[in-house]
Every structure is written in C-alpha cells, then in structure tokens.
Design a protein around this ligand. Structure first.
Ligand SMILES: *[C@@H]1O[C@H](CO)[C@@H](O)[C@H](O)[C@H]1NC(C)=O
Ligand SMILES: *[C@@H]1O[C@H](CO)[C@@H](O)[C@H](O)[C@H]1NC(C)=O
Ligand SMILES: *[C@@H]1O[C@H](CO)[C@@H](O)[C@H](O)[C@H]1NC(C)=O
Ligand SMILES: *[C@@H]1O[C@H](CO)[C@@H](O)[C@H](O)[C@H]1NC(C)=O
Ligand SMILES: *[C@@H]1O[C@H](CO)[C@@H](O)[C@H](O)[C@H]1NC(C)=O
Ligand SMILES: *[C@@H]1O[C@H](CO)[C@@H](O)[C@H](O)[C@H]1NC(C)=O
Length: 504
C-alpha cells in the first residue's frame, strides 16, 4: 500500500519534468551558456584607503551618511579573495562577475597606474582562471574616482570620454589576455536617473521638486550624463575592437537595469504609456547602440534637453556592442500621466508622461512584493530584446532577492525566487532568446546600494560584526551548487511566499 502510494505520487512529477518547461536543470541550457554569480568592487573589496586607492563618488556618498554605513571594510574581499575563489569553486560557479575599482587602479583618475592595484587584479584574475572560473569584468559600477568629479564634474563633462577610454585601455592591455568578457558601465540608465534625477545614488545630484540634493538639475542632467555614458562606452568598445579583439577574442557590452513593464489597466492610454516608458528606460540606450540615435519619441518629448550625436559619433555607436548586460529585479505597473507641463519643467518621468508604480516609485509594500516576486518578468524583458532589438546575445548579469542581513541561513524565499527565475529564463531560451549567461546577485553579502548592510542578497552570509568577516553558506548557496553540479532537478514547485522583500 505504501509503495503503491509512493509510485502513484511520483508519476505526475516525472511526467511533467519530461513534457513541459516547469522543471529545469543545468543540462537543459544550451552549450556555452554560463552560470555564475557576482559582486562589485566598492560593495565587497573594502581596503578603501589601502595600497594607494583613492575615494570614488560612492565612498563620498556613503561617508556623507546616505546609506547608513560605508564600504571602508565591506566584505573584506581585497584580503579574502583566495578564500572567496575557493568558495566559488566549491559552489560550482562557471563564471564570476566583478568590477574593477578605477580609483584603485588609477588613483588620480588618469595617468599613472598603481602597481599595487594592478597586482591585486592580476592575482584575483589568475586565481579565478586557475580554478576554472571565467572572469566577467565590469569597468564602472557607479564608483567614478572622486578626483574626476571634483576636477571637472565627472560624467557631466565630455572630458570624461577620454579618461574613461584611457582607463579601459589599461584594463584591456593588462588583463585582456585572460579576461574576455567586458562590460563598460553598469546600469547606465539607473546611474543617470538615480544619480542625477532623483539624487538617490552617487553623486547625489538633483533639484527640487524632484529630489533633495545640495546641487544639480534633475530636468537636464540625466540626459547629459546618459549621452556621455554612450559616448564613453562606444569609444572604449571601438578601441577594444580596433586594438584588442582580433588577438584577445573577447566581447564588449553595456549593462542596463531593465524592468518588465505592465500597464496598470487595460485602457489604451495605459497600454501606450507602458510602451513609451519601456522605450524611455531601455530604448534610451538601445536605439543609439542599434540605430545610432535616440528614440524619436524621446527627442520629441525632451526637446532641447536631449543632446545630439554627430554623424561620426552615430557611426561609432552602431554595433559598438557584442552583448547586452541585463539586470532584472522587478516588474512594475505603468499608469498614463498628464502632459501639460512644458519640456523645460519636466524631468525624465514627466517626459514619459507616465506614472510608474511598484519598485521604482516605491509603490508600497504590496506592489513591491508583487514586483520583486515576478519571475515571468525575466522572460518578459528577454522577449523584449528579442522582439525589438534583433535578438542580441544577452548576459543576465544580476538577478537576486533582498532579505534582512540577519535573516536565517535557511533563506528559502530566496531559493524559491531563484528557482522560479531559472524556469522563466529557460522558457525564454526555449522560445529563441539569445541569452548566453546568468549571474545571481550577489555571491557574498555586500554593502548594498540601498539599505547598506541591513539588506542582503548573498548566497553566502558575511558576518559584518566579525573582524574576520567570516562567510557562511546559506540554503541558496547549497541549492545553486546542487543545480550547477547537475545533480538533477531540484526546483521548488511551491511558489508561494509570505516574505516581503525589503530594500528601501
Ligand atoms: C533634505 O535634506 C536635508 C539634508 O540631508 C535634510 O535636513 C532635510 O530634512 C531634507 N528635506 C526633505 C524635504 O527631505
Ligand atoms: C488585460 O488583459 C489581459 C488579456 O485579456 C489580461 O490577461 C490582463 O489580466 C488584463 N490586465 C488588467 C490589469 O486587467
Ligand atoms: C503617481 O502615482 C502616485 C501613487 O499612486 C500618486 O500619488 C500620484 O498622484 C501619481 N502621479 C501622477 C502624475 O499621476
Ligand atoms: C545570437 O547572436 C549572434 C551574435 O549577434 C548571432 O550571430 C545569432 O544569429 C543570434 N542567434 C539568434 C538565435 O538570434
Ligand atoms: C534583525 O534585525 C532587526 C533590526 O535590527 C531586528 O528587529 C530583528 O529582531 C532581527 N532579527 C533577528 C532574527 O535577529
Ligand atoms: C515566442 O517568440 C515568438 C517570436 O518572437 C513571439 O511571437 C511569442 O510571443 C513568444 N511566446 C511567448 C510565450 O513569449
């Protein structure tokens, strides 16, 4: 009787594993697909003023009390990289995404290279390679050298293009024999909007009524900064293609944070404002990269605020990427908004004439929970690139789930989240998406952009109260390891979660 029951119960599970995409394992993904995890320099390295490193705008932002903590020590990755690579290997990571601290490598922003910084990244990269882990490197993860911000206003000034290109050149030259995946700028769209529109990210620039900063201009600056991101990206990418790619056989891309957007109602107004909002958030960068200019509806809405590309710049932009880095965290709702304010008084959101609720505009507990527990949105954004931008190769470079840093090591809500997102990813791949990699955020607990040390995303807990910054595997580390080591299906079918993610 007992045996019979067991057999009976096992039938539906086994057959659904064969016949549909509701079950997923490592071997279901195409050859060459890479699975990994990631972090960024300021969030884990610590050693902020050691061995010649100078502050970045993120150091300044944190030291001004904007996050409730600083990255001075962080997870102490600078000293613990060997231990971390060992953990990566044990976990079964195939790739590791990290960023280089520009002000550690070139402390004055331009010119002299810091031999200690060079040595650190060389050691780290060698350690990854010798453990069979593919390095995926981001050049700028919000942490512009403060010295360039002070000298000429950082990303607001076109001078940044040459300095960024020279920095990228050092990285390609010094590390490119071992690194073949380069991402120029992390979350370029969110850096522009958060850093210069809302003033919630470094360098904390904005103007009232759009935010509370000591200086800035929320109406114009995000457009200016985005323009310089694009020019700096394409300048660095074309340098790579001209001087390094043939020999090093690597690839270059730009990273965007992409929301899946759904109309709040099925009214034609909300449906069309949703399309508009996605063009503003994503097409803002993708249209110049694919077609050489900003989307027409953005030019129309933003008018004179939107800079122009010369024909030479347009040409350099087109096809200046081999892949797109996509960070996916949330699905948001879009409501049509009013359009009666002149362009010179509207910020980016006003130019869209839409109201975005959920995570972005902190739509409250309920919509945040729904927004961050929306695995179908991952497939949604991958479909968006496939259907609108010619199905470019994509690395999902971040996807993760925040929990309080003192939560139990049994982080089942995170495991459910990961499991459901992997299913969604596989659905997208099976429907033809050119996605070639997936990196969870984050490998170890880090100094988070929002929430500092109170919010954590890591597969491994870091005890920030311990001088040694000891690491402890969470359930999610074991679960991911199980998945990566091809030990069969271990997907959670129960997608319910009573847990409410907290980041703000
Ligand atoms: C703006 O920021 C200042 C300084 O951080 C703070 O004292 C003030 O309360 C803030 N105002 C608003 C409206 O948030
Ligand atoms: C809009 O219509 C679609 C298709 O009929 C439906 O699935 C969806 O739930 C509707 N959305 C809203 C917000 O009513
Ligand atoms: C946007 O949504 C918020 C929250 O629902 C609401 O308070 C605000 O009035 C809306 N703004 C516009 C322009 O619709
Ligand atoms: C994926 O991208 C590569 C490089 O752009 C391209 O050659 C290939 O055709 C794409 N694959 C699909 C299925 O679109
Ligand atoms: C975690 O920290 C919060 C805030 O300090 C506290 O309220 C909560 O009780 C702590 N939870 C655990 C499990 O220690
Ligand atoms: C699968 O891809 C096709 C072609 O791009 C698209 O039309 C269709 O909507 C996609 N299906 C789903 C379920 O996303």
């Amino acid at each position: 009787m007992r045996l019979f029951l067991l057999l009976f119960l096992s039938i539906p599970a086994a057959s659904s594993a064969e016949s549909s995409s509701t079950s997923v394992s490592r071997v279901d993904f195409p050859k060459g697909f890479v699975f990994g995890s990631g972090t960024s320099a300021y969030q884990v390295e610590g050693a902020a003023s050691e061995d010649g490193r100078t502050p970045s705008i993120w150091d300044t932002f944190a030291h001004n009390g904007n996050v409730g903590g600083t990255g001075d020590v962080a997870s102490d990755g600078y000293h613990k990289y060997k231990e971390d690579v060992k953990l990566m290997k044990e976990t079964g990571l195939e790739g590791y995404r990290f960023s280089i601290s520009w002000s550690r490598l070139i402390p004055r922003g331009r010119g002299e290279v810091n031999s200690k910084g060079l040595e650190y990244y060389n050691n780290f990269i060698n350690e990854l390679i010798s453990h069979g882990i593919e390095p995926h490197v981001t050049l700028l993860h919000f942490d512009l050298p403060q010295v360039l911000e002070d000298e000429y206003g950082g990303w607001l000034n076109p001078r940044i293009v040459d300095d960024f290109t020279a920095y990228a050149d050092v990285c390609f030259r010094e590390f490119g024999d071992r690194v073949s995946h380069w991402t120029t700028i992390n979350e370029a769209n969110i850096f522009a909007l958060g850093g210069y529109g809302q003033g919630i990210l470094p360098p904390k620039r904005c103007s009232p009524p759009f935010g509370n900063c000591s200086s800035g201009n929320s109406i114009v600056e995000p457009y200016v900064v985005a323009h310089h991101f694009l020019l700096a990206h394409s300048s660095a990418a074309s340098l790579y293609k001209k001087n390094y790619q043939a020999k090093q056989q690597g690839s270059v891309g730009l990273n965007l944070l992409v929301f899946h957007m759904l109309p709040a109602t099925n009214s034609t107004a909300d449906i069309s404002s949703t399309k508009r909002a996605q063009i503003f958030f994503t097409g803002w960068f993708m249209e110049p990269l694919v077609h050489g200019d900003y989307p027409k509806i953005m030019r129309k809405a933003a008018g004179k605020k939107m800079p122009k590309f010369s024909s030479k710049q347009s040409k350099q932009l087109m096809n200046s990427f081999d892949f797109v880095g996509v960070n996916y965290y949330a699905t948001v709702n879009v409501v049509d908004g009013p359009n009666h304010v002149p362009a010179y008084q509207r910020d980016f959101m006003g130019d869209i004439c839409a109201n975005i609720t959920g995570l972005w505009m902190s739509g409250g507990r309920e919509s945040m929970e729904a927004g961050m527990n929306a695995p179908y949105g991952l497939k949604g954004v991958l479909e968006y690139f496939k259907q609108n931008y010619g199905n470019p190769p994509i690395y999902v470079q971040e996807n993760g789930y925040p929990m309080p840093s003192n939560a139990s090591l049994d982080d089942t809500p995170r495991v459910k989240h990961m499991s459901a997102h992997l299913e969604s990813l596989l659905d997208a791949v099976r429907n033809g998406s050119n996605t070639t990699g997936f990196f969870t955020w984050s490998f170890v607990d880090a100094f988070e952009l929002f929430g500092g040390y109170s919010s954590s995303y890591g597969l491994y807990r870091v005890d920030f109260g311990d001088k040694e910054r000891k690491r402890y595997p969470k359930h999610s580390a074991r679960w991911y390891s199980h998945f990566l080591k091809r030990r069969g299906n271990s997907i959670y079918t129960d997608k319910s979660s009573s847990y409410v993610p907290q980041i703000y």
